[in-house]
Design a binder for this molecule. Structure first.
Ligand code: FES
Length: 124
């Protein structure tokens, strides 16, 4: 069954939406189910000042998206890169085994957004 934290983040997701003029954008799809997550970041001086997500997916994917935004806000890029899918699932009090693949989107999307930011930066 789902933990209370999963239900809380699913019914009351934090940081939903899209940052206008985001300087890091990451979008990943889940090959198993076709669900999609998009993360937008506002990064300044190596710190994630703001983060928002849009997830077209199941409840577990929404909950992990919401949780990962709370985990990375205010963090340095290095700290955010260290957050793994497993840490997000752990922070939610675990996910049912059959739903573990849903947590893959969260950290992957954040990492993709950070890479996007770093790529753009080196091109300038
Ligand atoms: Fe698709 Fe959970 S079933 S992310």
């Amino acid at each position: 069954m789902y933990s209370e934290k999963v239900i809380d983040h699913f019914t009351n997701p934090r940081n939903v939406g899209e940052i206008e003029n985001a300087n890091g954008i990451g979008q990943v799809g889940n090959a198993k189910c076709g669900d999609i997550m998009r993360i937008t970041l506002d990064i300044e001086d190596n710190i994630i000042k703001d983060v928002k997500f849009k997830t077209f997916g199941c409840g577990a994917a929404v909950a992990t998206s919401s949780m990962v935004t709370e985990m990375v806000k205010g963090k340095t890029l290095e700290e955010a890169m260290e957050i793994s899918n497993a840490t997000v699932a752990e922070a939610l009090g675990g996910l049912p085994q059959t739903k573990m693949h849903c947590s893959n989107l969260a950290a992957d999307a954040v990492h993709a957004a950070i890479k996007d930011y770093l790529d753009k930066k080196t091109k300038v």
